[in-house]
Design a protein around this ligand. Structure first.
Ligand code: MN
Length: 730
């Protein structure tokens, strides 16, 4: 398999005409023909480095632009894009012959090409800024430029190696990210793959070979999947289009060669894409897919209700086939599909189709939003920051959030308004009481998204909340909150630290008299960095010392000196009840126990497990089959130290329950139900909706619950959804 042809790729005017004729847009063929003839004449007998007539380059670029669905002026602009730069023709002549719009496009493309590229950060930032200005002015300019770039990459083989590498680096740093920002995946993927081929030919080849090896099996695999989905949807959903796809080589490269994973560890090397006519069918297909295949937890993403910043929409889920081979399923409508492939260009196309600006206000709004984001970035003072922000914006590990004034802050994924506040200024963090996103108050643990406008609400007094330490994501925010508590709340810290320690002592069976206490500490603790016991308590109180870390040593010291009967110091036997520990393991009959996973067998959720009560380290969890676990627990030494336990969610069996939800019919109903369920981490077997007449819809959801109480909780959460009239079990 070779995704992209290695032969230089040129298209001529008859091919361009063919594309335009088969397009759903209306083109002014007379104007385009005139542009072609004028370009051909102007370039005369100029040739490309490879010796091929020059005119084939702008014609090929025009083909790419036309395939993206751009308008007549864009196609003319593409045909004429090198005329002013490379021939005697002036812009004035173009204005006279083709009008001001075409001239503006050509001027824009020429100007972008003159922006020197530099690997120096400052210079690069300045370039991106210029590029963005051109882009914000008329998005068509950058689309023509991207097409020009792509065609040059397709015909790069005859260039000297250094030039190929330079252009490739430039693509990776500049043009591919811009294509991504505009959502033009087709161009982004090909630019990256072709650049990678020059930057690391060996790595590229390795991946290509690996994919080639598995080609036959893969095709068969995808065929079987397709058949199964078709079979199950053919009666209920009309017009289901299914295709298989392979991830782009560059993204496989990122995960294998850069992140060190093997091909088998990437869930979505292979994916099946299902395209349907409308949004509710998307959710219906999802239900069917989850019915046939076993979904992998936490791999379901609903980008329909929550589109990505570049307007991408789809449902993603990763499932296992009957042989436990994971694959990704992407479900979308045709409109979402065009947006995914052609991004902002697709919207351009739709807008034209609707007859000018009046047509679809939501799409116009989206384009406006992208423009505003770009302009907001331009207001940022420090261009170096800007460049860094833009580049980080495209790595999936960062989000990128605005203040109401338009300043941009870059935060790791999962960051909250608290992180943002501390990033703005330590004082802002300390004084924070709440946050607004786009004018609406959000919970303090809200997860920031790229493009959010986040306003921090502050009060006069400094008073951070200690629980924020667990909520916030960045180490710097955590440490600033700790610092504050360390300095401001010493008295309270001492009291709290003392209480925490007493509790922990009790739990570990450490009993000391008042005098022993003093002496114990002087010996064990104070020789280190703490001058007084109060200093030590304070450190425990504000979280500078984590008790679970020091307890084993304290306990050991205690046992050496004071304890006579060590055997009694084991986990206290609480009344038999199930306790959910943070580790995800439930120790039967024991409450609040320190749990650790043994290194000898590293148990994973789903494994049959057993606990061993250690001396001083809580309960250590082993696989039942681990060689360190005695075969027969009745015959082993100290059988009382083995304790049965199980995984948190594995309360015997989950049972399957079907709910019938009656609600006032509206768009987004099914999405709301899905989101509610997935927020509760409920496994959905199937989810369907049908009209019930008189403006009602009936949603049928088959889900896994752990018991009646759980089900009751789920029903009560679902009842909050707008318009729900009745929920019953069937
Ligand atoms: Mn060109």
């Amino acid at each position: 398999m070779s995704k992209y042809s290695k032969i230089a790729h040129y298209q001529d005017f008859s091919e361009l005409k063919n594309i335009l004729e088969h397009s759903e847009n209306q083109y002014d063929m007379e104007k385009i023909t005139k542009a072609y003839e004028f370009a051909e004449e102007s370039h005369g007998d100029q040739r490309r480095v490879s010796g091929i007539p020059y005119i084939l380059h702008p014609t090929s670029v025009a083909c790419i632009v036309a395939e993206l669905g751009m308008d007549t002026d864009s196609v003319c602009g593409a045909l004429l894009h090198d005329v002013v730069e490379d021939t005697e023709i002036t812009l004035e002549q173009i204005v006279k012959m083709f009008g001001g719009d075409v001239a503006k496009l050509i001027d824009g493309v020429t100007k972008i090409s003159k922006i020197p590229y530099s690997t120096k950060e400052q210079q690069q930032a300045e370039n991106i800024r210029k590029m963005l200005i051109a882009m914000a002015d008329d998005i068509r300019v950058i689309i023509i430029k991207l097409a020009d770039r792509l065609h040059n990459m397709r015909t790069m083989d005859c260039m000297p190696e250094q030039k190929r590498r330079d252009k490739s680096v430039e693509n990776m740093h500049l043009f591919a990210p811009i294509a991504h920002r505009l959502g033009i995946k087709a161009i982004k993927d090909e630019l990256e793959d072709r650049s990678l081929q020059y930057l690391d030919p060996i790595g590229y080849q390795e991946i290509e070979n690996a994919l080639l090896l598995s080609e036959e099996g893969r095709d068969k695999f995808i065929e079987t999947i397709k058949e199964q989905i078709t079979e199950k949807t053919k009666d209920s959903i009309k017009s289901v289009y299914i295709s298989g796809r392979v991830k782009s080589i560059n993204s496989i490269y990122r995960k294998t060669i850069v992140q060190g994973k093997t091909l088998n560890q990437i869930y979505d090397v292979f994916a099946v894409r299902v395209i349907v006519d409308n949004v509710s069918d998307c959710y219906n297909v999802l239900g069917v897919v989850h019915d046939i295949f076993k979904p992998i937890p936490n791999r379901f993403k609903d980008y329909i209700s929550m589109p990505k910043p570049n307007m991408y929409q789809s449902l993603h889920t990763t499932v296992l086939d009957t042989n436990a081979i994971p694959f990704e399923v992407q479900i979308r409508t045709w409109e979402m599909h065009y947006t995914a492939e052609y991004g902002i260009a697709a919207h351009w196309k739709y807008k034209l189709g609707m007859g000018g600006d009046g047509g679809n206000s939501k799409l116009a709004e989206n384009i406006q939003r992208v423009k505003e984001m770009i302009l907001d970035q331009l207001e940022t003072e420090d261009v170096t920051d800007l460049a860094r922000n833009i580049r980080n914006d495209f790595t999936e590990n960062d989000v990128y959030v605005f203040t109401p004034k338009g300043d941009v802050f870059n935060l790791p994924v999962g960051s909250t308004p608290v992180d943002m506040a501390y990033l703005i200024h330590t004082q802002v963090g300390h004084r924070m009481v709440g946050a607004k996103i786009s004018g609406k108050i959000v919970p303090i643990d809200y997860k920031l998204k790229t493009g959010d406008i986040c306003e921090i609400i502050t009060q006069k007094e400094e008073h951070p909340n200690k629980q924020w330490i667990d909520i916030c994501k960045t180490a710097s925010a955590k440490s600033k909150i700790r610092q504050w508590y360390k300095h401001e709340k010493r008295d309270e810290n001492i009291i709290e630290g003392k209480q925490m320690l007493e509790k922990e002592f009790k739990r570990n069976g450490i009993h000391l008299t008042e005098e022993e206490h003093e002496e114990f500490f002087r010996r064990v603790i104070l020789k280190k960095q703490y001058n007084t016991i109060d200093d030590f308590y304070a450190a425990v109180g504000y979280g500078g010392i984590q008790l679970w870390k020091i307890m084993p040593r304290l306990k050991e010291e205690y046992q050496k000196t004071y304890a006579k009967d060590i055997e009694k110091i084991t986990v206290p036997q609480a009344p038999a009840k199930r306790h959910k520990a943070n580790s995800g393991v439930v120790i039967e009959g024991a409450d609040d126990v320190l749990v650790k996973f043994s290194n000898c067998c590293s148990p994973l959720p789903g494994d049959e497990i057993i606990g061993y009560i250690t001396r001083g380290y809580g309960v250590s969890i082993h696989k039942r089959s681990c060689t360190n676990v005695p075969r027969d627990l009745n015959q082993c030494e100290e059988p009382q130290r083995w304790i049965s336990c199980h995984w948190e969610d594995e309360t015997g069996e989950a049972f399957r329950s079907t709910l019938q939800i009656t609600a006032a019919d509206r768009t987004g109903l099914l999405a709301d139900v899905t989101i509610k369920l997935s927020n509760m981490h409920i496994f959905i077997h199937s989810l369907n909706s049908r009209e019930a007449g008189d403006g009602r819809a009936v949603v049928t959801a088959t889900i896994d619950v752990t018991g009646k109480n759980h089900l009751r909780g789920v029903i009560s959460k679902l009842s909050d959804i707008n318009g729900i009239e009745e929920i019953k079990r069937v």
